[in-house]
Ligand binder design. Sequence first.
Ligand SMILES: NC(=O)c1ccc[n+]([C@@H]2O[C@H](COP(=O)([O-])OP(=O)(O)OC[C@H]3O[C@@H](n4cnc5c(N)ncnc54)[C@H](OP(=O)(O)O)[C@@H]3O)[C@@H](O)[C@H]2O)c1
Length: 245
Amino acid sequence: MSGIEGKVVAITGASSGIGEATATYLAAHGAHLVLGARREDRLNAVVDRIRAEGGSATGVVVDVTRREDLKRLTDRAVAHFGRLDVLVSNAGTMAISPFDELRQDDWDAMVATHITGLLNGIGAALPLFRRQRSGQFVNVASTAAYVVKPPQAVYAATKTAVKVLTEGLRQESGPDLRVTLVSPGFTNTEGVGKGASPEAAAAVIRQRDEIAMPPSAVASAIGYAIEQPDGVDISEIVVRPTVQA
Ligand SMILES: NC(=O)c1ccc[n+]([C@@H]2O[C@H](COP(=O)([O-])OP(=O)(O)OC[C@H]3O[C@@H](n4cnc5c(N)ncnc54)[C@H](OP(=O)(O)O)[C@@H]3O)[C@@H](O)[C@H]2O)c1
């Protein structure tokens, strides 16, 4: 199998930003989509818009920190479309803050969403991919997995974990599976600064508004990794605005 047309792709964090843009891009290229996120109204709006534009999509309310939710997402793919070709683990939270503020709930949420959430996706999709003898993991990290800047240490650490887990998974995946890490730089989404401490939020929102690339730039990078022929694995993509240091 190659190309995007006809592939069944599940995406977490599809209710806004990069996940929504990726769903839109893949739907326009003929993929069947299984979209997951927590905000049901936003998720339904994305599904309805894709269908209205002639695309194929279904939505599942998913909290990636819950193991059973990821299982429901992958089960929906099989029930609705007969298989799952790609799982895009994109759900994330950028609730950055300085250590001194001790925003420990935010630290926990980043660990749970990026690390446990990714592992829950692997737990749900890997047995299915093994049975099918094909499948692709696309894991969304960040340029923060390459460069740590204050006050982003916890965020950067969890995204570094995404990078490490993705490389380890790739090495264990064998000849039938593909494993791709996609690391965006500043991207113009509502998630930038959301939940962050006020000072940190103001700084990243200012930077976003000055330099960010559109989420469609990340969507087409993910599409590029998906459209390669079965035996070709795009292992790692870093996509950032040219002006980002
Ligand atoms: N924007 C950037 O500059 C940038 C740069 C590098 C990397 N990234 C990464 O790109 C990914 C997408 O972020 P974005 O910029 O597109 O921000 P966004 O618009 O806020 O999107 C985040 C998505 O994740 C979902 N989500 C958050 N926690 C979740 C959970 N526990 N379970 C299920 N879904 C959850 C959100 O939906 P609900 O709230 O409806 O659940 C939303 O759909 C994140 O992993 C982020 O770290 C972003």
